[in-house]
Structure formats: structure tokens, C-alpha cells
Design a protein around this ligand. Structure first.
Ligand SMILES: O=C(O)CCC(=O)C(=O)O
Ligand SMILES: [Fe+2]
Length: 356
């Protein structure tokens, strides 16, 4: 049966979490309350690991083999790491946080001029909601396609604050360079030609998502963002200064909090790199939790191949011991599949899995 058009899907009433928060009531609407198995376990001590690898990009740039080895281990064993000396201007990092917060603090009517466009995950609101019985995230998102032009919706770029668009453009230009740079180093860790990904990806797709998690009176009952892996090749995540700890990654069956490090960025491997490397480097499931008193902001950039690219495991990673785990598919089709299915762990990658 053909899938129902997104516009025909009934999502029911979606409360705006900032409005709920401003109402100061401690009542949590039922649609936000998770099943017991999904709730964050605040009663057990959260395993706050400082072992999530920290990579110094300036050392990689100087050709440090020790740092390259650390990067290889980070990609292979974690799929998540933090980077310092990454080349993004500190002042620009502060500016993007400021404009994002100024946008989220606008009156609801103003933000609703840029409503989330179903099936594209662009605009303001809750994304990935496809049915009335689906749980909601304690989060407001504002997402924009940046590159190429065909994914930009100029109507969604807000006029307030006045320097919002210019800041997103400048920030995105610098993050794009960072992604290209990181992919070169990642290719080197895989004994591939350093430009292999850039040549393969064509004009890479880049999108930015700002996630705002207001403080929640019952962080033990809700999730800021449902568990998922990213569909990108790489994701660059900036945790807002002064934000609460919120990002958690699933490692060996345990949720581990990622401690923000001043001026560091969090990098994670997305589904695309998992497929290309036939699972050598894996995309990792992650989620966000909320905090009772503190709000939290994250600025997330997704960097992925052009939509017209056909993707599948590279031959370098397929042999008798490592049979091909994923089929070849069109990246545009995968992206469409990704944005039209709910966040549910790594389920969306089943799209590409070869089932024996
Ligand atoms: O806010 C966070 O830390 C997680 C955001 C995230 O995973 C996403 O936007 O894909
Ligand atoms: Fe994510």
C-alpha cells in the first residue's frame, strides 16, 4: 500500500513546551510522558564519562600520528568524540547561540510564522511526529536547509533577530570547512585517499537544527529528544554555554552523558559513514534528556552527500570475513525515508540493511 501523504496524517494537538514551561504548572501532558522502559534513569547514578575521546584538530593538522590513532579509535569504538582547536571562531560560536536563543525567546505567534514543514524537518516546532499516539519530545526545534539552494526554504529564514540569517550563513561556511577537514582525517584513518569522501559526495547537503530544551518539572518522565542515529555522514553539535548536561549516547547498552567542554564541539558518525565503511565505523544511538531547573540549547549541523548520489559499502570494506551488510541505494531516497519516519533508535537504517 502506498504511504499516506504526510499532509493527510493526523498528529493531533501538540503543546509548545516553552508555553507549557511559561505556564509554570508542574503538570506534564500525557503525550510527553514516556513508557517506563524509555524514561531516563535519574534514580541510578548517571555514568558521566570523561572517557569520550577528545581530539585536538591542530595536532591532526600537524600530522600527529598519535592523534590520528586516537581519532581512529574514537570512530571505531565510540562513533562520538569531542574536538578542540577546530577552527570555528569562538566569537561566531557565541553569536550563533545568541541568535538562536533570541529566536526561541520570541513570542509564539512570531515563531509560528515559520512552521515545521511536514516531511522536510524544516521550520519551527516538533519534527518526526506522524501519529496522534506518538510520544512528544520536550524540545522545540528550528531547522533550516542551508546547502544546496534546492533544500533552502527562504520563507523559513526568520527576519528576527535581524542578524540571524547572516550569522547562520557565516557559521555554516566555517562548519562546512570543518566537516571537509574531518572527513579527510577520517579517510586517512581508514587508509583511504584523503579526498575520497569529498569526491564521492558531490555538492554535500548541509542543514542546521537548533534544539531548545526548556527546563522540565519532571525530567524523570520525559525525553528531550527520542533515541536515534543521524542520517548524515557527520554531525557537528555545539552545546550551548551554560546549558545543562543533556546529550546521552548509548554505549554497551548504557546511556552515557556527554559532558560539555568549553569551546569544544561534539562530532558523531552518521548512518552514511556506517554504510560506506560496511559497519567498520558505526553511527551511534543518542538522545537528549532534560533538567529540572536549567534549560539547554544545542546547535546541530548535518553534513551529508548530495541527494543524487548512490551509496553502498565501499569495496575496501567488503571481503569474505566482512560480507556486504548494506545494499546500494540513492541517498535522496534515504533522506526522504529518514525525515518521514519517527525517531526510533537505529530502525531507519534497516532501509539499507541486507537481511540474510
Ligand atoms: O541536543 C542534543 O544534544 C542532541 C541533538 C541531536 O541529536 C540532533 O539534533 O540530531
Ligand atoms: Fe542526533
Amino acid at each position: 500500500m502506498a504511504p499516506a501523504p504526510i499532509s493527510a496524517i493526523k498528529v493531533g494537538h501538540i503543546d509548545d513546551v516553552q508555553e507549557l514551561r511559561n505556564g509554570k504548572s508542574s503538570h506534564i501532558p500525557a503525550r510527553f510522558i514516556r513508557d517506563t522502559t524509555e524514561r531516563p534513569a535519574f534514580d541510578k547514578p548517571i555514568f558521566c564519562s570523561d572517557t569520550i575521546p577528545l581530539i585536538d584538530l591542530s595536532k591532526l593538522a600537524k600530522g600527529s600520528s598519535v592523534e590520528l590513532h586516537k581519532l581512529m579509535k574514537a570512530c571505531q569504538e565510540w562513533g562520538f568524540f569531542q574536538i578542540v582547536n577546530h577552527g570555528i571562531d569562538v566569537e561566531l560560536g557565541e553569536r550563533i547561540e545568541r541568535v538562536a536563543m533570541e529566536f526561541f525567546m520570541l513570542p509564539l505567534e512570531e515563531k509560528q510564522k515559520y512552521p515545521m514543514i511536514p516531511g522536510t524537518v524544516q521550520g519551527y516546532g516538533q519534527a518526526f511526529i506522524f501519529s496522534e499516539d506518538q510520544k512528544l519530545d520536550w524540545c522545540n526545534m528550528f531547522a533550516l536547509g542551508v546547502i544546496p539552494d534546492c533544500i533552502r526554504s527562504p520563507k523559513l529564514w526568520p527576519s528576527k533577530p535581524s542578524d540571524f540569517s547572516e550569522t547562520v550563513e557565516t557559521y555554516s561556511t566555517q562548519v562546512r570547512e570543518l566537516c571537509k577537514n574531518l572527513l579527510k582525517h577520517i579517510a586517512t584513518t581508514l587508509a583511504l585517499k584523503e579526498n575520497v569522501f569529498e569526491e564521492m559526495f558531490g555538492v554535500a547537503v548541509q542543514a542546521v537544527r537548533m534544539n531548545y530544551y526548556p527546563a522540565c518539572p519532571r525530567p524523570d518522565l520525559v525525553l528531550g529528544l527520542s533515541p536515534h542515529s543521524d542520517g548524515s555522514a557527520l554531525t557537528v553539535l555545539q552545546q550551548g554555554k551554560g546549558s545543562s548536561v543533556g546529550l546521552q549516547i548509548l554505549k554497551d547498552g548504557k546511556w552515557i552523558s556527554v559532558q560539555p567542554i568549553p569551546n569544544a564541539l561534539v562530532i558523531n558518525i552518521g548512518d552514511t559513514i556506517e554504510v560506506l565503511t560496511n559497519g567498520r565505523y558505526k553511527s551511534v544511538e543518542h538522545r537528549a534528556v532534560t533538567h529540572k531547573e536549567k534549560d539547554r540549547l544545542s546547535i546541530v549541523t548535518f553534513y551529508a552527500p548530495s541527494y543524487d548520489i548512490e551509496l553502498g559499502p565501499m569495496q575496501e570494506f567488503v571481503d569474505e570475513k566482512n560480507p556486504c551488510k548494506y545494499r546500494t541505494y540513492n541517498h535522496g531516497e534515504y533522506s526522504k525515508h529518514y525525515v518521514t519516519n519517527k525517531l526510533q533508535g537505529k530502525k531507519r537504517l534497516e532501509f539499507a540493511k541486507i537481511v540474510n
